[in-house]
Design a protein around this ligand. Sequence first.
Ligand code: FAD
Length: 384
Amino acid sequence: MEKTTQLSVMGGGLVGCLLSLYLAKQGYRVDVYERRPDLRRTDIGGGRSINLALSDRGWRALETIGIAEDIKKVAIPMYRRVMHDKNGNLSFQPYGQEGQAIYSVSRGGLNQALLDLAEAEPTISLHFQQQVMEVEVATNKVTMLDTVSGQEHHVQPDVIFAADGAYSMVRLSLQKTDRFNYEQSYLDYGYKELTIPPAPDGGWQLEKNALHIWPRGQYMMIALPNVDGSFTCTLFFPYEGDPSFQSLQTEAQVNSFFQEIFPDVTALMPDLAQEFFENPVGSLVTIKCLPWRHSGKILLLGDAAHAIVPFYGQGMNAGFEDCTILRGLLEQHQDDWETIFQTFQDLRKPNTDAIADLAVYNFIEMRDKVADPRFLLQKKVESK
Ligand code: FAD
């Protein structure tokens, strides 16, 4: 039976789309407001990362809405880490028991699949190019900018779900209320995405079913496979010092640095210098805040509530798990939003704080300790 409470989800990213589907399945009418154009019809590019590691928490959430099998068809299982040392020697660490894996999925592809499902639900309305500017917390009146016309207008839903990401405007409005705790910390490292294109025959130039790591002590590069035969590499690198994004200023400097530090892969990156200078440097932030809810009227979730650094590959997975938990609470407490939101916050906050801290720790583990023989579960060195 359709319910009359008017729900709005701010942000049509990964978490916002999944949540809207869960809410619609519970009989609610849902409006989704997304700042960007419809990514199924526009080449938006410049997103947060091209591919993501999807693990168990994420799969469980996708199974609930019946798309896990479809996504699995275009996901690449990564059964192990492959570490590349400076001499091109490889060593390996399995991710689990035989057959267990984390999966490389396309961020855009996953978001598109979720948008398709949301669009097919008669009770979900998707509104693109609508940017939340401010929420009047006492009344739930939202100032929205239509980025096409440049005009502002207002909406006033009964309940607001803020899935508008790490730089959430809904959260910013809550920050102006009394006793709202907020903490953000940036790493001194940024990230840049680079590409290993497919081989001439369309295959993968490195082992396909693996997450590749080039640990180099103070910094590192990783690579995840894409279905088109390419790999997306992410260089996690200091902003300042030597070496750093600041210290590599010319093509010659970039090429000679990569040839010295990542010798086995540099030859596979024909557009290295161009990409290095054209692709943006992304920052790495951890955000913790509390409360996530304002009475039974507003709830923060996903990165809006708990943005974490990507070294455990768990940001989206944790956001999807938010939706799974919320879904259970909705079934249990029906329209009692105050209870749902308070219980959600009580259940999730300790877990998301823990993964936030673990993710920062795992940066040290990945860039440094995976290269340490004492940490290798299974070590097999091959000369190239
Ligand atoms: P977002 O994906 O940020 O979506 C927010 C949406 O809200 C966007 O569509 C945005 O356009 C929209 N929006 C923003 N502001 C407004 C506004 N004012 N009004 C309306 N709409 C708005 N996680 C993993 O699980 N595995 C990984 O391997 C992984 N790798 C990562 C690699 C990198 C380099 C980074 C930076 C992150 C990675 N993450 C990973 C984390 C993951 O990207 C996030 O946790 C996830 O995208 C959060 O989803 P979300 O929907 O909460 O936020």
